[in-house]
Design a protein. Sequence first.
Length: 249
Amino acid sequence: MKSFAIGIFLLTLTARIPSWRTNEHPLIAAAKSGDINRIKASVETDKNLANLKRYDGVPLIYFAAVNGHVDVVTYLLDRGVNVNALNDDEPLLHIAVNANNLEFVKLLIQRGAKVNLPTKNGKYMPIHGVCTSENPEIAKLLISHGASVSSKSKEGLTPLHRCKSRAVAEVLIKNGANVNAKDVNGYTPLHWFATPREIIDGPTIEYLLSEGADLNARDNQGLTARELAHKSEQWELIKILDARAQPNP
């Protein structure tokens, strides 16, 4: 028992040593690996350690979040860590959405995470992350708690602009997303499929077209999606667009 107490004391003491004196705070490593027992032992000795930050200002909870350790995140939230705190870029909810972790998203919303809180640079909202997760259930959950399908990034991108999942596209459009919304370059979601090296998702493109995506919409350079696709050598997209443009016999 005595050796255990000494171990806890040393861990707590070491966690206060500046990062330039050690390779990394022991609790940062514990958060990354999901060692909840080690974190509990330290935080229960010194509650301020729940809000420990690395030398660059990134808080302890983020290392648990990005590595998917929901139990550690839950424990730290129970100890008063702000669910809407920002690190250098992303709020916790963005991390959970991008990780495609529905239960994690639910937990954070239940704990008061703001569904329309942008990244620190104001670039994206959490709902933009459904383009990464491609999970319609996460999209539905965010929308049901007030997330705006019309949210725009600094570049004018709506969630639909970067969507590569028909199921997610359906959720967005059925909740009012504009299929012909334009970003700062005048790109509609259809134009984005025409950009270089973009992955062509046939079902999503077909769905956008069925919902009124405008083949004649032009970007700021005066190009339609087909013209941009030709410039970008997106031949598969051209086939889809040409088939749609031809009248049925």
